[in-house]
Design a protein around this ligand. Structure first.
Ligand code: GLY
Length: 340
Protein backbone atom coordinates (compact mmCIF):
# COMPACT_ATOMS: atom_id res chain seq x y z
CA UNK A 1 0.00 0.00 0.00
CA UNK A 2 1.47 3.36 -1.01
CA UNK A 3 2.04 6.23 1.36
CA UNK A 4 -1.14 8.17 0.67
CA UNK A 5 -3.48 5.22 0.70
CA UNK A 6 -1.85 3.94 3.85
CA UNK A 7 -2.43 7.27 5.58
CA UNK A 8 -6.02 7.39 4.33
CA UNK A 9 -6.48 3.95 5.75
CA UNK A 10 -5.22 5.18 9.12
CA UNK A 11 -7.53 8.13 9.02
CA UNK A 12 -10.54 5.94 8.42
CA UNK A 13 -9.58 3.10 10.64
CA UNK A 14 -7.94 4.87 13.57
CA UNK A 15 -9.99 4.38 16.66
CA UNK A 16 -12.30 1.67 15.41
CA UNK A 17 -12.43 -0.98 18.05
CA UNK A 18 -9.98 0.99 20.15
CA UNK A 19 -9.98 1.56 23.83
CA UNK A 20 -10.00 -2.20 23.88
CA UNK A 21 -7.09 -4.21 25.20
CA UNK A 22 -5.33 -6.56 22.83
CA UNK A 23 -5.82 -9.29 25.40
CA UNK A 24 -9.37 -9.67 26.44
CA UNK A 25 -11.20 -12.59 28.01
CA UNK A 26 -13.70 -14.09 25.58
CA UNK A 27 -16.58 -14.50 28.00
CA UNK A 28 -18.97 -11.63 28.43
CA UNK A 29 -22.57 -10.95 29.26
CA UNK A 30 -24.89 -8.52 27.54
CA UNK A 31 -25.15 -5.12 29.12
CA UNK A 32 -28.90 -5.50 29.54
CA UNK A 33 -28.19 -7.27 32.82
CA UNK A 34 -25.53 -4.82 33.98
CA UNK A 35 -27.32 -1.61 34.90
CA UNK A 36 -28.70 -1.68 38.41
CA UNK A 37 -26.98 -2.63 41.60
CA UNK A 38 -28.99 -3.14 44.75
CA UNK A 39 -26.02 -2.76 47.04
CA UNK A 40 -22.63 -1.14 47.39
CA UNK A 41 -19.72 -1.40 46.74
CA UNK A 42 -19.57 -1.46 42.95
CA UNK A 43 -16.69 -1.04 40.52
CA UNK A 44 -16.76 -0.54 36.76
CA UNK A 45 -13.70 -0.68 34.50
CA UNK A 46 -13.42 -0.24 30.75
CA UNK A 47 -12.27 -2.88 28.28
CA UNK A 48 -11.71 -6.60 28.64
CA UNK A 49 -8.80 -5.87 30.97
CA UNK A 50 -11.42 -4.34 33.27
CA UNK A 51 -12.06 -7.81 34.70
CA UNK A 52 -8.50 -8.00 36.01
CA UNK A 53 -8.58 -4.43 37.32
CA UNK A 54 -11.87 -5.09 39.12
CA UNK A 55 -10.54 -8.28 40.66
CA UNK A 56 -7.61 -6.41 42.23
CA UNK A 57 -9.75 -3.45 43.30
CA UNK A 58 -12.29 -5.75 44.91
CA UNK A 59 -9.65 -7.00 47.35
CA UNK A 60 -9.96 -3.55 48.94
CA UNK A 61 -13.52 -2.63 48.06
CA UNK A 62 -15.04 -5.98 49.08
CA UNK A 63 -13.52 -5.65 52.57
CA UNK A 64 -15.09 -2.25 53.15
CA UNK A 65 -12.03 -0.31 51.97
CA UNK A 66 -12.20 3.09 50.35
CA UNK A 67 -12.81 3.70 46.67
CA UNK A 68 -9.62 5.71 46.15
CA UNK A 69 -7.30 2.92 47.29
CA UNK A 70 -9.39 0.44 45.33
CA UNK A 71 -9.24 2.21 41.97
CA UNK A 72 -5.51 2.79 42.35
CA UNK A 73 -4.88 -0.88 43.06
CA UNK A 74 -7.05 -1.93 40.11
CA UNK A 75 -5.35 0.44 37.69
CA UNK A 76 -1.85 -0.44 38.97
CA UNK A 77 -2.36 -4.11 38.06
CA UNK A 78 -3.03 -3.21 34.43
CA UNK A 79 -0.25 -0.61 34.33
CA UNK A 80 2.23 -3.21 35.62
CA UNK A 81 1.19 -5.92 33.14
CA UNK A 82 3.87 -5.97 30.40
CA UNK A 83 1.50 -7.94 28.13
CA UNK A 84 -1.05 -5.11 28.08
CA UNK A 85 -0.05 -2.80 25.23
CA UNK A 86 -2.43 0.02 26.16
CA UNK A 87 -1.25 1.17 29.58
CA UNK A 88 1.91 1.45 31.68
CA UNK A 89 4.83 -0.90 30.99
CA UNK A 90 4.32 -2.59 27.62
CA UNK A 91 2.25 0.34 26.31
CA UNK A 92 2.77 1.26 22.67
CA UNK A 93 5.28 4.09 22.22
CA UNK A 94 5.20 7.42 20.40
CA UNK A 95 6.47 7.80 16.83
CA UNK A 96 10.05 7.88 18.10
CA UNK A 97 9.70 4.64 20.03
CA UNK A 98 9.43 6.22 23.48
CA UNK A 99 6.64 5.28 25.88
CA UNK A 100 4.86 8.37 27.21
CA UNK A 101 2.10 7.81 29.76
CA UNK A 102 -0.87 9.94 30.86
CA UNK A 103 -3.10 9.44 33.92
CA UNK A 104 -5.65 11.22 36.06
CA UNK A 105 -7.29 10.49 39.39
CA UNK A 106 -10.19 12.03 41.30
CA UNK A 107 -11.19 11.55 44.90
CA UNK A 108 -14.89 12.29 45.38
CA UNK A 109 -14.93 12.82 49.16
CA UNK A 110 -11.90 15.13 49.00
CA UNK A 111 -13.24 17.00 45.96
CA UNK A 112 -9.72 16.72 44.63
CA UNK A 113 -7.90 15.73 41.47
CA UNK A 114 -4.40 14.98 40.18
CA UNK A 115 -2.88 14.19 36.80
CA UNK A 116 0.34 13.55 34.93
CA UNK A 117 0.92 13.88 31.20
CA UNK A 118 3.63 12.57 28.91
CA UNK A 119 5.55 10.98 31.78
CA UNK A 120 8.36 8.60 30.75
CA UNK A 121 10.04 5.67 32.56
CA UNK A 122 7.47 5.38 35.38
CA UNK A 123 5.36 2.23 35.33
CA UNK A 124 2.45 3.47 37.47
CA UNK A 125 1.52 6.99 36.35
CA UNK A 126 -1.82 6.91 38.20
CA UNK A 127 0.05 6.62 41.49
CA UNK A 128 2.13 9.66 40.54
CA UNK A 129 -1.14 11.45 39.72
CA UNK A 130 -2.37 10.55 43.20
CA UNK A 131 0.72 12.15 44.72
CA UNK A 132 0.20 15.27 42.60
CA UNK A 133 -3.29 15.39 44.12
CA UNK A 134 -2.27 14.66 47.70
CA UNK A 135 1.19 16.16 48.01
CA UNK A 136 1.12 19.30 45.90
CA UNK A 137 -1.05 22.34 45.48
CA UNK A 138 -1.41 21.52 41.76
CA UNK A 139 -3.63 19.34 39.64
CA UNK A 140 -1.39 18.45 36.69
CA UNK A 141 2.36 18.01 36.15
CA UNK A 142 3.70 16.98 32.73
CA UNK A 143 6.81 15.72 30.95
CA UNK A 144 10.24 16.06 32.54
CA UNK A 145 8.75 17.77 35.60
CA UNK A 146 6.42 14.82 36.18
CA UNK A 147 9.35 12.40 35.96
CA UNK A 148 11.41 14.44 38.42
CA UNK A 149 8.44 14.67 40.76
CA UNK A 150 8.00 10.88 40.62
CA UNK A 151 11.70 10.24 41.25
CA UNK A 152 11.61 12.64 44.20
CA UNK A 153 8.87 10.45 45.66
CA UNK A 154 10.95 7.29 45.23
CA UNK A 155 9.51 5.84 42.03
CA UNK A 156 12.00 3.75 40.07
CA UNK A 157 13.00 4.60 36.51
CA UNK A 158 12.31 1.66 34.19
CA UNK A 159 12.52 0.87 30.51
CA UNK A 160 8.79 0.69 29.66
CA UNK A 161 9.30 -0.42 26.05
CA UNK A 162 8.87 -4.18 25.88
CA UNK A 163 10.24 -6.13 22.91
CA UNK A 164 6.72 -6.79 21.73
CA UNK A 165 5.79 -3.10 21.75
CA UNK A 166 9.11 -2.16 20.17
CA UNK A 167 8.58 -4.64 17.33
CA UNK A 168 5.07 -3.37 16.69
CA UNK A 169 6.37 0.20 16.60
CA UNK A 170 9.21 -0.82 14.26
CA UNK A 171 6.79 -2.57 11.88
CA UNK A 172 4.60 0.55 11.91
CA UNK A 173 7.61 2.68 11.03
CA UNK A 174 8.85 0.27 8.39
CA UNK A 175 5.49 -0.05 6.66
CA UNK A 176 4.52 3.63 6.90
CA UNK A 177 5.81 4.61 3.48
CA UNK A 178 7.48 3.05 0.46
CA UNK A 179 9.21 6.38 -0.18
CA UNK A 180 11.54 6.29 2.82
CA UNK A 181 14.56 4.21 3.80
CA UNK A 182 12.92 1.82 6.26
CA UNK A 183 12.05 -1.66 4.94
CA UNK A 184 9.87 -4.24 6.70
CA UNK A 185 11.11 -7.84 6.90
CA UNK A 186 10.54 -9.88 3.74
CA UNK A 187 8.23 -12.23 5.63
CA UNK A 188 5.75 -9.75 7.05
CA UNK A 189 3.05 -11.33 9.20
CA UNK A 190 -0.51 -10.68 8.02
CA UNK A 191 -1.32 -8.78 11.23
CA UNK A 192 1.61 -6.45 10.62
CA UNK A 193 0.62 -5.30 7.16
CA UNK A 194 -1.76 -2.52 8.09
CA UNK A 195 -0.97 -1.39 11.60
CA UNK A 196 -3.54 1.16 12.71
CA UNK A 197 -2.96 3.59 15.53
CA UNK A 198 -4.75 2.65 18.74
CA UNK A 199 -5.95 4.57 21.80
CA UNK A 200 -5.80 1.85 24.46
CA UNK A 201 -6.69 3.11 27.92
CA UNK A 202 -8.40 1.96 31.11
CA UNK A 203 -10.98 3.74 33.28
CA UNK A 204 -11.54 2.38 36.80
CA UNK A 205 -14.47 3.91 38.71
CA UNK A 206 -15.79 2.79 42.10
CA UNK A 207 -18.37 3.56 44.76
CA UNK A 208 -17.38 2.16 48.13
CA UNK A 209 -19.58 0.85 50.91
CA UNK A 210 -19.83 4.38 52.37
CA UNK A 211 -21.05 5.80 49.05
CA UNK A 212 -17.78 7.59 48.32
CA UNK A 213 -16.78 7.72 44.67
CA UNK A 214 -13.32 7.73 43.08
CA UNK A 215 -11.94 7.22 39.59
CA UNK A 216 -8.80 6.77 37.53
CA UNK A 217 -8.02 6.94 33.84
CA UNK A 218 -4.58 5.75 32.77
CA UNK A 219 -3.07 5.18 29.32
CA UNK A 220 -0.08 5.06 27.01
CA UNK A 221 -2.24 7.23 24.76
CA UNK A 222 -2.41 7.17 21.00
CA UNK A 223 0.14 4.71 19.70
CA UNK A 224 2.92 6.19 17.53
CA UNK A 225 1.74 9.69 18.46
CA UNK A 226 3.70 12.88 17.91
CA UNK A 227 5.91 13.19 21.01
CA UNK A 228 4.23 15.36 23.62
CA UNK A 229 0.70 14.72 22.37
CA UNK A 230 -1.76 14.50 25.26
CA UNK A 231 -5.16 12.95 24.85
CA UNK A 232 -8.17 13.16 27.12
CA UNK A 233 -6.94 10.78 29.82
CA UNK A 234 -4.98 13.27 31.97
CA UNK A 235 -7.53 16.05 31.51
CA UNK A 236 -10.05 16.38 34.32
CA UNK A 237 -13.54 16.59 32.81
CA UNK A 238 -12.44 14.93 29.56
CA UNK A 239 -11.08 11.42 30.22
CA UNK A 240 -12.33 11.36 33.82
CA UNK A 241 -14.76 13.14 36.08
CA UNK A 242 -16.02 12.40 39.59
CA UNK A 243 -18.56 14.27 41.69
CA UNK A 244 -19.19 12.65 45.04
CA UNK A 245 -22.81 13.87 45.08
CA UNK A 246 -23.61 12.36 41.68
CA UNK A 247 -21.25 9.74 40.24
CA UNK A 248 -18.27 9.24 37.97
CA UNK A 249 -17.51 8.81 34.28
CA UNK A 250 -14.50 7.88 32.19
CA UNK A 251 -13.69 7.80 28.49
CA UNK A 252 -11.55 5.70 26.18
CA UNK A 253 -11.00 5.94 22.45
CA UNK A 254 -10.12 8.99 20.37
CA UNK A 255 -9.28 11.52 23.07
CA UNK A 256 -9.35 14.58 20.84
CA UNK A 257 -13.14 14.32 20.49
CA UNK A 258 -13.59 13.71 24.20
CA UNK A 259 -11.57 16.83 25.03
CA UNK A 260 -13.61 18.96 22.64
CA UNK A 261 -16.89 17.82 24.19
CA UNK A 262 -15.73 17.74 27.86
CA UNK A 263 -17.07 14.19 27.62
CA UNK A 264 -16.80 12.75 31.12
CA UNK A 265 -17.93 16.00 32.73
CA UNK A 266 -20.97 15.98 30.45
CA UNK A 267 -21.84 12.42 31.43
CA UNK A 268 -21.74 13.32 35.13
CA UNK A 269 -23.74 16.51 34.55
CA UNK A 270 -26.33 14.46 32.66
CA UNK A 271 -26.63 12.18 35.68
CA UNK A 272 -26.98 15.22 37.94
CA UNK A 273 -29.94 16.29 35.81
CA UNK A 274 -31.61 12.93 36.36
CA UNK A 275 -30.37 10.65 33.59
CA UNK A 276 -29.37 7.09 34.36
CA UNK A 277 -25.67 6.29 33.77
CA UNK A 278 -26.68 4.52 30.56
CA UNK A 279 -28.71 7.45 29.24
CA UNK A 280 -25.96 9.87 30.28
CA UNK A 281 -23.29 7.96 28.32
CA UNK A 282 -25.49 7.57 25.24
CA UNK A 283 -26.31 11.28 25.24
CA UNK A 284 -22.65 12.29 25.07
CA UNK A 285 -21.85 9.69 22.42
CA UNK A 286 -24.76 11.11 20.37
CA UNK A 287 -23.32 14.59 20.72
CA UNK A 288 -19.95 13.44 19.39
CA UNK A 289 -21.63 11.66 16.50
CA UNK A 290 -23.73 14.75 15.73
CA UNK A 291 -20.65 16.95 15.73
CA UNK A 292 -19.40 14.71 12.93
CA UNK A 293 -22.53 14.91 10.83
CA UNK A 294 -23.82 11.58 12.07
CA UNK A 295 -20.86 9.68 10.61
CA UNK A 296 -18.01 9.54 13.11
CA UNK A 297 -15.30 7.33 11.57
CA UNK A 298 -13.52 6.71 14.88
CA UNK A 299 -14.36 5.13 18.21
CA UNK A 300 -15.12 6.72 21.57
CA UNK A 301 -16.42 4.88 24.63
CA UNK A 302 -17.83 6.02 27.96
CA UNK A 303 -18.43 4.17 31.22
CA UNK A 304 -20.35 5.68 34.14
CA UNK A 305 -21.52 4.89 37.64
CA UNK A 306 -23.85 6.82 39.90
CA UNK A 307 -23.92 7.14 43.67
CA UNK A 308 -26.37 4.24 43.99
CA UNK A 309 -23.98 1.96 42.12
CA UNK A 310 -25.96 1.86 38.88
CA UNK A 311 -23.71 1.58 35.84
CA UNK A 312 -23.84 2.30 32.12
CA UNK A 313 -21.66 2.25 29.03
CA UNK A 314 -21.96 3.41 25.44
CA UNK A 315 -19.73 3.88 22.44
CA UNK A 316 -19.91 5.09 18.88
CA UNK A 317 -19.64 1.56 17.49
CA UNK A 318 -20.30 -1.80 19.02
CA UNK A 319 -17.45 -3.95 20.27
CA UNK A 320 -16.74 -1.95 23.42
CA UNK A 321 -16.59 -4.11 26.49
CA UNK A 322 -16.51 -3.22 30.16
CA UNK A 323 -16.49 -5.06 33.47
CA UNK A 324 -18.69 -4.53 36.51
CA UNK A 325 -17.99 -6.09 39.90
CA UNK A 326 -21.00 -5.91 42.21
CA UNK A 327 -23.12 -8.30 44.27
CA UNK A 328 -23.53 -10.44 41.12
CA UNK A 329 -19.77 -10.99 40.88
CA UNK A 330 -17.26 -9.74 38.32
CA UNK A 331 -18.79 -9.79 34.84
CA UNK A 332 -17.87 -8.56 31.40
CA UNK A 333 -20.55 -6.80 29.33
CA UNK A 334 -20.83 -5.22 25.93
CA UNK A 335 -21.77 -1.53 25.76
CA UNK A 336 -24.36 -0.11 23.39
CA UNK A 337 -22.86 0.99 20.06
CA UNK A 338 -24.96 3.87 18.76
CA UNK A 339 -23.99 3.72 15.11
CA UNK A 340 -24.74 0.00 14.76
N1 GLY B 1 -8.24 8.18 25.09
C1 GLY B 1 -6.85 8.05 25.09
C2 GLY B 1 -6.15 9.02 24.26
O1 GLY B 1 -6.72 9.60 23.35
O2 GLY B 1 -4.97 9.22 24.49
Amino acid sequence: MGDLSRRDFFKNAAGVGLGISFFEPILFKRRATAGVSASLPVIISSGGHGIKANEAAWQILGKGGNSLDAVEKGANVIESDPEDMSVGIGGLPNEEGEVELDASIMSGPDRNAGAVGGIKYIENPCSVARLVMERTDHVMIVGEGALRFALAHGFQKKNLLTDRARERWLRWKETMSDKDDWFPPKELKEAEKDLVQTYGTINVLAVDVNGNISGITTTSGLSFKIPGRLGDSPIIGAGLYVDNDVGAAGATGRGEEVIKTCGSFMVVENMRRGMSPQQACEDVVKRIINWHGGKADFQDNFVAINKKGETGAASIRKGFRYAVYNEKGNNLYEGVGLLD
